[in-house]
Design a protein around this ligand. Structure first.
Ligand SMILES: C=C(O[C@@H]1C=C(C(=O)O)C=C[C@H]1O)C(=O)O
Length: 158
């Protein structure tokens, strides 16, 4: 991985904040693609340490700068641990801007993949995921950087 991409993939603070920063005046928008109850994939259940087949709150978004998607993300929050957090009311506000305001937020190590997003057709160089926890609340956040971001920021292809 190029150092330029490593700087993006390895960052442990808010990606939303970093995208806004890198956007240098471009308008930032969370485009809500899907938000529903559903069953996580086996792979997602395992990443959360959950039995397969339990319901979770699923949210898919595109993080856009000047309406161009730079990152697509799919977040999975097990229902059993939601405890009335009412995340479905987030709408087009960034999950990150809520998450990073929570006290005692913990984040697991970040896992990286070169495979494209399984939930979205646009291609990109890298994907990553990690689990955030605060109290009993847990959410798996999977983020895929897109080629359009590489183009707009003149980043290497990988
Ligand atoms: C986790 C963060 O939130 C971002 C916002 C998301 C959303 O609104 O659904 C999803 C993934 C993240 O890229 C972050 O900013 O780091």
């Amino acid at each position: 991985m190029s150092p330029a991409w490593w700087a993006w993939v390895a960052t442990r603070d808010s990606l939303t904040a970093r995208l806004i920063d890198a956007g240098a005046g471009r308008s930032f928008r969370v485009r809500l693609l899907a938000q529903r109850l559903g069953k996580p994939s086996l792979d997602e259940a395992q990443a959360l340490g959950q039995p397969h087949g339990r319901l979770a709150w699923l949210r898919e978004v595109a993080l856009c700068l000047d309406e161009r998607p730079w990152v697509v993300a799919r977040s999975v929050a097990p229902l059993a641990q939601l405890r009335g957090q009412r995340l479905e009311r987030l709408g087009e506000r960034s999950l990150g801007s809520w998450l990073f305001r929570q006290p005692d937020l913990e984040r697991s190590p970040i896992e990286v993949t070169a495979a494209p997003a399984p939930f979205h057709p646009l291609d990109g160089p890298w994907g990553r995921r990690s689990v955030f926890r605060h109290g009993r609340f847990a959410v798996l956040v999977q983020e895929f950087f897109l080629d359009q971001m590489a183009d707009d920021l003149a980043l290497p292809s990988r």
